[in-house]
Every structure is written in structure tokens, then in C-alpha cells.
Design a protein around this ligand. Structure first.
Ligand SMILES: NC(=O)c1ccc[n+]([C@@H]2O[C@H](COP(=O)([O-])OP(=O)(O)OC[C@H]3O[C@@H](n4cnc5c(N)ncnc54)[C@H](OP(=O)(O)O)[C@@H]3O)[C@@H](O)[C@H]2O)c1
Length: 228
């Protein structure tokens, strides 16, 4: 069993990841980091690096920065689902991938990875108008969601034009709804994904970590894991 550390261990996603790790036959929960500490350590430097074999991160951009440095310094594979990252963060991720295996995904569900895959077909209707809608719970900080931005970029690549309309709604306890609209004067198509729980993201991240732990340095995506 590979010893797994969780960054953001006290959060909504971190707790779910720890729970999903109990179902893994390859990974086991070893230690956690949370800003406020509590039952976990407060910074990655307080982790016992020689014991940690893989890290799963669901925190905030500042936490992502710290855990990326820790993993790079200690040559530990990193799976991260933290969103709200800047271009500089993505650049750091790219640089880290020269030394360690990294997998970042704005959405760890198979459904959204499949949705991105389907969007490649939208090149056939590139003359349509397009828009993206996303809805999340009221506590979500970043807006539009990382998933909406990923879908936007997949769509723009397929239709070879910018998608300017991205609408974000926040409220209640919605885990995540993403809808891609394609509209012509005569018809409309909507491609919609609804996350029915948080487990879907946590189990996706655990599956990604089980896969990543055996890889050499490089930057990987969820579609590599799912072979989409
Ligand atoms: N990729 C996906 O599939 C997916 C799915 C859902 C959510 N997300 C993303 O995952 C992230 C976490 O979401 P959440 O709902 O779990 O948030 P949350 O409940 O607010 O939890 C955030 C966690 O990160 C910790 N943290 C934040 N900054 C830190 C720092 N500088 N150092 C150490 N720990 C730090 C927090 O510790 P304290 O509580 O002690 O402050 C907490 O444990 C967000 O970016 C969210 O958008 C991604």
C-alpha cells in the first residue's frame, strides 16, 4: 500500500478523499495538511516526507503552491484538483513535471472528462453560437469554475473561435452542474453534466493517484488515466 498524504484534509473534498482512500487496495491515508491544523499538520514541511509516496491536493491556490514545492523538493507524485489557479501556477506545474509526475484536473469525474472528449466533435457545427453555464454551491470561491474554463478551452479548440458567454450561478448545495449550449437560428443542443455527490470527484482523484504513482516525471491528464 502506498502512503498517501492529503492537502486540504479538513475541507469538503479532503474529507471525502480520506474516506475514499479506505476503499483503495493500492493506497492508504497516511497524513493530512490543513491551514488550521487540528488533527492534521499545518504545512507540508511538517509532513514526514520520507514516508509519503503520493499526495492528493484539494485546497486553495496558496496551498497548491506549497504542496507543489514540497512534492518537487522531495520527488513525490502529485494529483491536484485545486481550482482558481493562475497562469503562473500552471507554469510552475509544467516546470515541476520535469522532475515529478503531476496530474491536475479541474474536474476529477469521468463524466466531465468524457464531455471534453465529446466537445472535439463540435468542429462539425462551428458556425453555431455557443455558451457555457455552470452552477455550484454557495461556498465555492472561484468563478467561473475551473471546469467551465476547461470546457471553454476544449470547445474553443474544436470550433476555432472564442466562447465569450460563460455564466456562473452560486447557491445552495449544488455539487456542480455544467451545460454547454450550441445554438443556431433553427435549433439548439445542450450537453449537460451533473455531479450527484462529492464522491465522484474524490474517487476520481484516488483512481488518478493509483495510476500516477507508477509513472515517471511528466504532466498527465485524467483522459490519460481513463484512456479517452
Ligand atoms: N477537481 C475537482 O474535481 C474538484 C471538485 C470539487 C472541488 N474542487 C476544488 O477543490 C478545492 C477545495 O474545495 P473544498 O470545497 O474542499 O474547499 P474547502 O472545504 O474550503 O477546503 C479547503 C481545504 O484546504 C485547506 N487549505 C486552504 N489553504 C491552505 C493552505 N495555504 N495551506 C494548507 N491548507 C490549506 C483548508 O484548511 P482549513 O480548513 O484549515 O483552512 C481546507 O482543508 C477548491 O479549489 C475547489 O474548487 C475541485
Amino acid at each position: 500500500m502506498k502512503k498517501t498524504a492529503v492537502m486540504g484534509a479538513s475541507g469538503r473534498m479532503g474529507r471525502e478523499v480520506i474516506s475514499q482512500l479506505t476503499a483503495s487496495s493500492l493506497l492508504e491515508f497516511h497524513s493530512g495538511v490543513a491551514q488550521e491544523g487540528g488533527e492534521f499538520v499545518k504545512t507540508p514541511e511538517n509532513l514526514n516526507a520520507s514516508d509519503v509516496e503520493v499526495v492528493i491536493d484539494f485546497s486553495l491556490p496558496e496551498g497548491f503552491e506549497k504542496i507543489l514545492k514540497f512534492c518537487t523538493d522531495h520527488r513525490i507524485p502529485l494529483v491536484s484538483g485545486t481550482t482558481g489557479l493562475s497562469d503562473q501556477h500552471f507554469q510552475s506545474l509544467k516546470e515541476a513535471s520535469q522532475k515529478i509526475p503531476v496530474l491536475w484536473a479541474s474536474n476529477m469525474s469521468i463524466g466531465v472528462a468524457f464531455m471534453s472528449f465529446l466537445l472535439k466533435q463540435y468542429s462539425a457545427i462551428k458556425h453555431f453560437d455557443f455558451g457555457i453555464e455552470e452552477l455550484h454551491h454557495s461556498k465555492k470561491i472561484d468563478s467561473p469554475s475551473g471546469t467551465a474554463l476547461t470546457l471553454k478551452s476544449s470547445l474553443e479548440e474544436a470550433i476555432e473561435k472564442p466562447v465569450d458567454q460563460v455564466v456562473a450561478l452560486r447557491g445552495g448545495g449544488i455539487y456542480g452542474i455544467h451545460k454547454v449550449w450550441a445554438m443556431s437560428p433553427d435549433e439548439s443542443i445542450t450537453l449537460e453534466h451533473t455531479a450527484l455527490n462529492r464522491t465522484v470527484f474524490a474517487s476520481g482523484a484516488v483512481k488518478a493517484a493509483e495510476w500516477l504513482v507508477h509513472k515517471k516525471q511528466g504532466q498527465y491528464s485524467l483522459s490519460d488515466v481513463l484512456e479517452l
